[in-house]
Design a protein around this ligand. Structure first.
Ligand SMILES: Nc1ncnc2c1ncn2[C@@H]1O[C@H](COP(=O)(O)OP(=O)(O)OP(=O)(O)O)[C@@H](O)[C@H]1O
Length: 339
C-alpha cells in the first residue's frame, strides 16, 4: 500500500542543510496499522508527510497504492491525495465553522452535492459518536472530541489510507485510549490502512500490528509489534519497549544473582497460546531439569499475550539439549543470556 525506497531528505533553509532522512525504506501493507516511533527530531513527521507529498524526497521512491508519486502529474497527485486522509496533534479545525461544516469541508471542496454531503457527514458524525455536536463550534469541544472531528473530516472523502501525526500526544491517557479504539474501528470497519507516528510506545502497543523505530533519520529496527516488543535488538528500541513491557531483568534481581554467582540464564519468549501453556512444567517433568524462575513478565499486546521468562536451569547436558529441541518444536524462542 505504501512503499518507501531508500529515501533521503535534506532541508535547505537559509543556506543551512539539515538531513532529516538518511536512506529510509519501509513497506506498509493493506490493512496494517503501522506505527513509527522515535524521539523528537528523529524524522518521523518528515517521513509521514512524504506519503501524501506534503514533503518531497531529495532522493528515493515514494510508491502509494502502486503509483510512483514522482511520475505523477499535479492533477494525478491531487487524485491520489484524495485517497489519503490525515489527522494532527492539534486537530487543525476551522474555529469559525461548526462541527458539521468542518467535516463537510473536503466534500464541499471537491464539489459534492448537498444531499450526498449531508448523508456522508451525518454518517461520519454518528461513526465518531458526535451526532449531537453538529451545530457546535470547535471551542465548545474537549480535546478528544476535537480529534474525533478531525477523524471524521479525514474520512469524508473515503480515503484508503489514514496518516496520524502524533494524533494523541495532546490528550490524557483515558482520552488517548478512546481515540485509539476509534482508530481500530476505522481500520476494522472501513478497511483503512493506518500509518501513525508517535513518541509513546504505549500507543504502538495498543493499536499497531507493525512498528518501525527511528533514530537520527534512520530506521534502526522494524517488524511485527510482537517481535519488536519481545525481542528488541537496538538500545533505543529496548528503551522504548522498557517503557511499557519489562523485558530486561530488574537491577535488584541482577545484584542478587551476582551474590549467588549466577552468570547465565535462559530467556524464553512465548507469544499467544504458548504464553499460557505449561511449557515450564514440561521442562521439569519431561526432561527432569531443575528450573527456577528468576523473573517473569506477561503483557497483553492488542489481543495477544506476550510472556517473557528468565530461568535458571540445572541438569544434564543431554537433557538440556533435548529440552531445547522441544522448545524449538513448540516455537518458543529461547536464548542463553549473560547477566
Ligand atoms: N521544514 C523544515 N525545514 C528545515 N528543517 C526541518 C524542517 N522540518 C524538519 N526539519 C528538521 O528535520 C529533522 C527531523 O524533523 P522531524 O520533524 O521530521 O522529526 P520528528 O521525529 O517528527 O520530531 P518531532 O517529534 O519533534 O516533531 C529535525 O532536525 C528538524 O529540525
Amino acid at each position: 500500500m505504501i512503499i518507501l525506497e531508500d529515501i533521503h531528505k535534506v532541508y535547505l533553509r537559509k543556506n543551512v542543510e539539515t538531513t532529516a532522512l538518511k536512506g529510509v525504506s519501509l513497506q506498509v501493507d493493506k490493512g496494517d496499522i503501522f506505527g513509527v516511533i522515535g524521539y523528537s527530531g528523529a524524522g518521523k513527521s518528515t517521513l509521514v508527510r512524504l506519503v501524501n507529498y506534503l514533503e518531497r524526497p531529495t532522493s528515493g521512491k515514494v510508491i502509494v497504492d502502486g503509483q510512483l508519486l514522482a511520475d505523477r502529474s499535479a492533477h494525478e497527485l491531487r487524485q491520489i491525495k484524495k485517497d489519503i486522509g490525515m489527522i494532527f496533534q492539534h486537530f487543525n479545525l476551522l474555529e469559525s465553522k461548526t462541527i458539521y461544516q468542518n467535516v463537510a469541508m473536503p466534500l464541499i471542496l471537491s464539489k459534492k452535492g448537498k444531499k450526498e454531503t449531508k448523508e456522508r457527514v451525518t454518517e461520519l458524525l454518528a461513526f465518531v459518536g458526535l451526532s449531537d455536536k453538529a451545530n457546535s463550534y470547535p471551542n465548545e469541544l474537549s480535546g478528544g472530541q476535537k480529534q474525533r472531528v478531525g477523524i471524521a473530516r479525514a474520512l469524508a472523502s473515503k480515503p484508503k489510507i489514514l496518516l496520524c501525526d502524533e494524533a494523541t500526544s495532546a490528550l490524557d491517557p483515558q482520552t488517548t485510549q478512546s481515540i485509539l479504539d476509534l482508530l481500530k474501528k476505522v481500520n476494522n470497519e472501513y478497511g483503512i490502512t493506518i500509518m501513525l507516528i508517535t513518541h509513546e510506545m504505549s500507543v504502538i502497543q495498543k493499536v499497531c500490528n507493525k512498528v518501525a523505530v527511528m533514530e537520527e533519520g534512520e530506521i534502526i529496527e522494524q517488524g511485527s509489534v510482537l517481535d519488536v516488543f519481545g525481542h528488541p535488538k537496538h538500545a533505543t528500541s529496548k528503551n522504548f519497549v522498557q517503557t511499557v513491557v519489562r523485558t530486561e531483568i530488574p537491577e535488584n534481581i541482577k545484584r542478587k544473582l551476582a551474590v549467588r554467582e549466577v552468570t547465565t540464564l535462559t530467556k524464553l519468549e512465548m507469544v499467544g497460546d504458548h504464553a499460557t501453556e505449561p511449557v515450564l512444567q514440561s521442562l521439569i517433568n519431561k526432561f527432569h531439569l531443575d528450573v527456577s524462575v528468576v523473573f517473569t513478565n506477561m503483557t497483553e499486546i492488542q489481543d495477544t499475550t506476550l510472556a517473557i521468562w528468565y530461568l535458571q536451569i540445572e541438569g544434564k547436558e543431554s537433557d538440556k539439549r533435548a529440552a531445547w529441541q522441544f522448545l524449538e518444536e513448540q516455537n518458543v524462542r529461547y536464548e542463553e543470556v549473560t547477566v
